[in-house]
Design a protein around this ligand. Structure first.
Ligand code: SAH
Length: 232
């Protein structure tokens, strides 16, 4: 599996946009990868993606120096770019064993998780309820030439029925309980990764569909923004 970023080449788009501060340096990124490894991320291809995806392009210029810290950062409109560890953990949990072919992401945000996941799947559909964020994510997807990514302004509570069933669904915002309709959009053997629970304190779940049974695993405590109804 080859990520769309050329490892040997410097990240040209980033260098021109935020030059001279050094936050895009290989050393800064390597430190982040090392930290994630220490925290238990084992998939080398996922770590490689964390190293290669230019996270500083997804945040405001004022925050770019912090882009390779392992923290969530504000992206405006009360939302945050996910913490690299959580993005890596969710990606790993989704692709473990056999990588899913067709995936639905709910909560595009700035598109960082989308960019990390994109080379692992054939089709990646992503829904965001806040149109200003979606348009920014669209620009990044274009800039990074992520051709298998399809974005939509919509309410993730409804999923994206026209492309269902999905081999994987990844939720980047937390519902109090998994919406039933999303389970119906999961194909046989499909996996849904989601933070579930009240704001700021959720359990990350992996739900695997086996026929009409749904097998549930708990992957640890996480902190996500809530999944909100309707369009923003
Ligand atoms: N992983 C993203 C961050 C997501 S933050 C990144 O890397 O940037 C969670 C996002 O979910 C927010 O942008 C929020 O607007 C969106 N969201 C919340 N409820 C939603 C819903 N019902 N449908 C679609 N998106 C939703």
């Amino acid at each position: 599996m080859k990520p769309p970023y050329d490892r040997a080449a410097p990240i040209v788009t980033s260098a021109s946009r935020h030059s001279g501060i050094g936050m895009t340096s290989a050393r800064t990124r390597e430190r982040l990868v090392q930290r994630l490894r220490e925290q238990g991320i084992v998939n080398p291809e996922v770590l490689e993606q964390i190293r290669n995806v230019p996270r500083h392009l997804f945040v405001d210029e004022a925050l770019a120096t912090r882009a390779y810290e392992d923290t969530a950062l504000p992206i405006g409109l009360g939302q945050t770019i996910s913490q690299p560890y959580v993005v890596a953990r969710m990606t790993e949990a989704l692709i473990e064993g056999t990588a899913p072919r067709k995936v639905l992401e709910i909560g595009t945000g700035c598109g960082y998780q989308t960019a990390v996941l994109s080379p692992f799947v054939k089709f990646l559909y992503s829904v965001e309820r806040i149109s200003a964020l979606l348009e920014r994510a669209r620009a990044r997807v274009k800039e990074l030439n992520l051709r298998n990514v399809h974005l939509r302004h919509g309410d993730g509570f409804k999923g994206w029925v026209s492309h269902a069933p999905y081999d994987g669904i990844l939720m980047a915002a937390a519902p109090l309980a998994i919406p039933e309709v999303l389970l119906t959009q999961l194909g046989p053997g499909g996996r849904l990764i989601a933070p579930v629970g009240p704001e700021g304190r959720q359990q990350l779940l992996r739900i695997t569909r086996r026929g009409d049974d749904f097998h549930q695993e708990m992957l640890g405590l996480v902190s996500f923004v809530p999944l909100l109804k309707g369009l923003g």
